[in-house]
Write a protein that binds this ligand. Sequence first.
Ligand code: EPU
Length: 429
Amino acid sequence: MKKYVIHGGRPLYGKVEISGAKNAAVGIIPAALLVEGPCRIENIPEISDVDLLLDILKELGGKVRVVNRTTVEVDCSAVRCQSVPYDKGRKLRASYYLLGAMLGRFGAAEVPLPGGCDFGSRPIDQHLKGFAALGANVEVKNGYMCATTEHGRLKGNQIYLDVASVGATMNLMLAAVLAQGTTIIENTAKEPHIVDLANFLNSMGADITGAGTDVIKIRGVEKLRGGEYSIIPDQIEAGTYMAAAGGEVRVCNIIPKHMECITAKLVEMGAEVDEEGDALIVRRHGPLQRTNIKTMFYPGFPTDMHPQIAAVLCLARGTSVITEGVWDNRYRYTEEFRRLGAKIQVDGKIAIIEGVERLTGAPMEACDLRAGAAMIIAGLAAQGTSEISNVKHIERGYEDIIGKLSGIGADIRVVEVPDPEQKRTSAAG
Ligand code: EPU
């Protein structure tokens, strides 16, 4: 087991390269199941969620060739298996995209109920309602979502989503590209990764219009053929480094337009942010000012930047209010922040953060991916030493976070620690 040890209190200076977007990659890799022929996918982030999905494709009978660190070639032409291995599929949220893709390709699929970060209730009723509208019958049996169709192929239909869900929008696009006839999905999510998945599928021969707006039209095609595609940069990874930047940091290989909701907030708080081509330069001169934040669907302030910005607000001047507008319970990180001396009160979906002069290092436990990233930001800003355990959550979604932060002057390192579970087992044995 690993933990991160941070000696905090130094501002960060330098340049950091942003990797491909996790939440696009975890939709695009399952989308390769719909394609006949090899897909070359570039700018893939090196993170454990991606490794797991590629392993699942291999177990299903797909060919996966690693071309270089950020490029893979996937060929799922020979896949016949319609059942995702339980132990792997249940480990990540995005395994539900395998259901949409396999249902689109085979008209039947069995996928374990998904895992992922725990933010309270994470329903998938909109995915299931959409699959049913396309003619699938889905039931849960022995921990699996089992989907079938009467004639082996889905049929286009009109679907209105009750919530603009990212997952449901992407899953229904995956299911509908090879369906018979036209599908219209209304009240869709508009996140950059929705557009990226549509662009990937269109580059392989799909006919999708409207991605990035709230109505997406998908005319079903007979087949998708192989091709090449490069994944967009990760908006949230970039935002995380922008939030961590205590001195002057150039965040490179990004799409500045995707960052506007985050840039605007940092500027409002007193940071300087300049755009230069595909980079943003973030400068801070002393403490930032308080602000209020409400997380929203894109193009609002992303829920996946909530804990990271909370870490910054702990040291801002004045009292800030965060309202979580997407998830029921995203506040488990606050208990860990209090160990550093942060003053945070949580009431339902609202957190009130009273900025303090200084934080002091302490042990923290990462409870989910973005909370873990926020603990790193808090630890870097705190005086003294912090230790973060349970870092597997962080490594699910941030490529080489230790290398990237060390490259901009952070004092952060990985330490191997004995796994308490294993210790118990060997003592018992
Ligand atoms: N919702 C429903 N019914 C559904 C689906 C969603 O009521 O069928 C509700 C949820 O309860 C939530 C809201 O709709 O209140 C939004 O959920 P959404 O479906 O958009 O979330 P998701 O697809 O499960 C993705 C990201 C999350 C990110 C959210 C919101 C992936 C794999 N996950 O989750 O990312 O927080 O969108 O932007 O793409 C992360 O990267 O750290 C992460 C958790």
